[in-house]
Structures are given as C-alpha cells and as structure tokens.
Design a protein around this ligand. Structure first.
Ligand code: AMP
Ligand code: MG
Length: 492
C-alpha cells in the first residue's frame, strides 16, 4: 500500500485506539487490476464521500486495498466463534481488514471494512481471497434487507481484483467494502474472555456500551444492562428475519453482532413456500440453522455472550442467576416482536389473544399447502380490495383457506377501519419483492459473463420492495418448479 494524497474519508478509529489486544495491524494484498463493479452511491453520500471520488482511480485503488487512505489504520480483528456448535478460539478476520471508522452525515459511527483483501495472521489455511459472485451476492442481499427496514451491514462497493481465486474452479476475485455500525461480534467477547483478562473484556464491554447501547452505561449494573440490550436487539432482529422469510444460514457466534445488525451474508436466502424446516446452506446437514431454528439458536448464541460477560456483572454471587434470567427473557421478547409483526402483516390491531389462534392456523395452512410466504400477504390485502381470487388461487385446497379467511374477515370487521385503509397498512409491511433465489442466481450468472445490467435491475426492484410496479410481475413470482431445490454455498 502507498499513501493517498487527499483525504477521502474523515477517519476516527476508536476500535484501534481503545481495544489493543483485539487486533493485528495489517496491510491489504494489492489487486492486480482493480476495476469497479458496483458502487453504492446513496451509501457513499450518506458517508460523506463523493461517489465520483470513489470511482476515480485512487478511489478504486482504496476500495481494492491497493492504497491506504489517509487516516486509515487497517487491522485484522480478532474473534473466536462457535461454528455449528464447536468452539474455535482463534478465528478473526482471515481475509478482511477494518480500515477504520467514519462518522456519517447523521453523526453515526460506521466501520469501513474490506473483505477479500488478502491473507492475514488469522487466515489459517485460507487464501485470504473472495470471489466476485459471493461478494455481489452479499451486496444484493444486504441492500434487499436494508430496503425492507431490517438492520444490516451494507456494501459500499464491489471491486474486481483482476486476480483469479481457486475454488471448485478458478474464479474472478473481488473485494467487498462493508459498512457496519461496528464489527463487534459475540465472538469478539468470547475471544476477550478466553484470555482470562477481565480488564480486556471490560474495555470491550465499555466500548460496546458507548458505541451501541449508551443507556446501559447509566444502569445500576451496566454490563448486565449491556447484555439485556443485546438480547433485546437480537430478539427484534430475528423476528424481523422471520417476518420476511429470511434464512441466515450460518448463525455462528462470530456471525452475530452486538449492534443488532445482520452480518455475513454467506449461504443465506429467502424462503418461498412456508416451512420452518427450510435450509439453503449446502453444509447445514443437520438443519441447525433452519428457518424455524433461528430463534432458539440466537438464544443459544446469547448464552455464549452471557458467559463472556459474567466476570463483569456486579452481583458476583448471583451473576449466573441474574444473567440467566435476562437470557430467559429472550423467547418472550422475540414472541412479542414476532406477534406484533404478524398481526401487522394481517392488518390486525385488535385483541392479541384472539389473534394468536388465527395466526397459528394460517401458518399451519401455509405449511400444509406449501404456500409462498411473500405472495400470500399481498394477496390477502388484494382480497380486502375486492380481489378474493388472488389469495384463493394460491391454495391447492382452497376450502380450508375459505374457512380461515372468513374468521380473519370477522376479526377485521371488529376494527374501526375501512378495508381500504387496512389493505394499505398491510401493504406497507408486506413486501411484493424479495430477493428471489432464481433471480439472484440469474443476475449473478449474467454478472459473471460481464453483464451487470440484470443485477442493477434487480437492485432497483429490491430498493422499493413494498411498492408494486407494473412490468415487474416476474420479480414478485416464486421460482418455477424447474428451478428445483435451492442450495447455497458458504460465502467464499
Ligand atoms: P465466514 O464463514 O465468512 O463467516 O468466515 C469464517 C472464518 O473463516 C472467518 O475467520 C474468516 O475470516 C475465515 N475465512 C473464510 N474464508 C476465508 C479465506 N478464503 N481465507 C482466509 N480466511 C477465511
Ligand atoms: Mg463470518
């Protein structure tokens, strides 16, 4: 890396300043022929950077890891992680670097992070590289999640490196620039805790409180309050995933943030037909990270966070009890978020108790008849506008649906809103367009031939997921049966 002339970003690197012991200073491996593939212009502007400066040769060189921007302090971050239940004490950024932090136009601190920028001291056997396809995939899915209003890391850019990376075949390489509220993970706390140095865990916890959960700093027991804040954020986040049928696919503790953002889009995908057993990852043989398992897995991961925080909790004799009590509040918090979300999806504002059976019965019907989860809710709002057939025709045995629909209509008629207003409210929470697997695959296949237009079109559709637009019907439809059973491969 050489040093750039003008400051591209106004860095302020609190992680490096405050958390020595949790990183290794490191430099990116230069790319042979950096070339911009996708630049997230609105996000650049949000970060206070001129998109034109990022597209210029020096900007592309920065995003490829060839040029260290002024004020950056690139480090590979250290973390541990439970991967599919097994503990790895030393994972860390094997192929990524934190460049530094910037304050965005809203004053929020955001990490700038390069993924695919070469081997680091944490690379173990890996090559430190990333291929174009999975990096474009992370870009698309992250943007889709963001547009759905779900907290997520985002991609600022994907730059082709001009180098080949060896996977099952030789593939073109890329570097993704990731923007995150931070890259603090449950695994970061596990790493600090494994060093048997309460001062390190405390520094990390203080940093996390200041950065993400400042209210916890005012609590009687700040570290217990930090834990509770993360439990609450994750309960909310997982509910948001479930409400749009998102399957993360690799919910290891190193892939769960302290900020409550979704991170690490590897073998993730959106479910078509409703089925709690849905798995897309080619390596998740036991279904550990299946759609329906995500809430208990999140709670399991949070138990690992609690273990790391125990030495800091004030009430030492009762630390385990008080932390366990907070941990046990996860299902209740999750159910509250999910229940509120499902009622909103159905336009229900009335009595919660009554709605529960109605919701359970609907999900049972969807599972039994393999109904597309996304299409159904927009078809239901259409039925309130007089088009009953759209929902009915989704069911192979519509009689069962007719009975349910009657009960739903009765519940709605007890509310003091006209059907049009209810339908409009439903349409504000039920997306028409999700990142359908067949469209994502098709767009990535075209991108691999050098044609990025289908990917840009898809990004454009996904940027306004609630806004039904004529001509985009194909993007709303589930995959044809010929697409087969979808499998994704770990983010390589
Ligand atoms: P992930 O599956 O992307 O969450 O990564 C899990 C761990 O493997 C992290 O420590 C990564 O840095 C590391 N890793 C993944 N791919 C590579 C690679 N190609 N080279 C080096 N490290 C990698
Ligand atoms: Mg990861």
């Amino acid at each position: 890396m050489s040093v750039a002339t003008g400051p591209l970003f106004a860095f302020d690197n609190s992680f490096v300043r405050e958390l020595e012991g949790l990183y290794e200073p490191w430099q990116a491996a230069p790319a042979s022929v950096p070339r911009m593939l996708l630049l997230n212009e609105p996000l650049a502007i949000e970060l206070g950077v001129d998109p034109a400066a990022l597209s210029a040769p020096d900007g592309v060189a920065v995003l490829a890891g060839n040029l260290a921007p002024d004020g950056a302090s690139p480090v590979a971050q250290a973390y541990s992680g439970h991967q599919f239940g097994g503990f790895s004490p030393r994972l860390g950024d094997g192929r990524a670097l934190l460049l530094g932090e910037v304050l965005d136009m809203h004053g929020r601190r955001r990490d700038l992070h390069l993924k695919g920028s070469g081997r680091t001291p944490f690379a173990r056997g890996g090559d430190g590289r990333a291929a174009v396809g999975p990096m474009l995939r992370e870009y698309v899915i992250g943007e889709a999640m963001h547009a759905l209003g779900i907290p997520t890391t985002r991609a600022l850019a994907v730059v082709a490196t001009g180098d080949q990376v060896a996977r099952e075949a030789m593939l073109p390489g890329a570097v993704l620039t990731r923007v995150a509220a931070s890259h603090l993970r449950v695994g970061t706390f596990q790493y600090a805790a494994a060093h048997d140095d309460p001062a390190l865990v405390r520094r990390l916890a203080d940093h996390a409180i200041a950065r993400h959960h400042p209210a916890a700093g005012e609590a009687d027991d700040p570290y217990l309050a930090l834990f509770e804040a993360v439990v609450e954020k994750q309960a909310s986040l997982i509910a948001r995933w479930m409400l749009v049928g998102f399957v993360h696919g690799v919910m290891n503790t190193d892939n769960m943030t302290i900020s409550g953002e979704t991170i690490d889009y590897g073998p993730c995908a959106f479910m078509d037909a409703y089925d709690p057993a849905t798995v897309f990852s080619s390596i998740d043989h036991g279904g550990r990270y299946a759609y329906g398992n995500q809430p208990p897995v999140a709670q399991w991961n949070l138990a690992r966070l609690a273990e790391a925080l125990l030495p800091l909790i004030d009430a030492q004799e009762t630390a385990i009890e008080v932390a366990t009590e907070v941990l046990r509040s996860f299902p209740e918090r999750y159910d509250a978020h999910l229940g509120r979300g499902l009622r909103a999806k159905l336009g229900l504002t009335g009595d919660v108790g009554e709605d529960e059976a109605l919701i359970d019965d609907l999900l049972g019907l969807l599972q039994a008849q393999q109904i597309d989860f996304t299409s159904l809710f927009r078809a239901l709002s259409a039925s309130l506008r007089g088009d009953a057939e759209r929902a009915r025709s989704l069911f192979s045995e519509p009689e069962a649906f007719d009975g349910w629909s009657q009960r739903w209509r009765t519940a709605l008629s007890a509310q003091a809103f006209d059907p049009q207003a209810i339908a409009d409210a439903m349409d504000r929470v039920n997306p028409v367009y999700i990142a359908r697997n067949h469209h994502v695959e098709e767009a990535l296949t075209m991108a691999s031939t050098g044609d990025l237009d289908p990917l840009r079109r898809l990004l454009d559709v996904l940027a306004r997921p609630f806004d039904e637009r004529p001509g985009l019907e194909a993007y709303a439809a589930p995959a044809p049966p010929s697409f087969g059973e979808y499998r994704t491969f770990c983010g390589t």
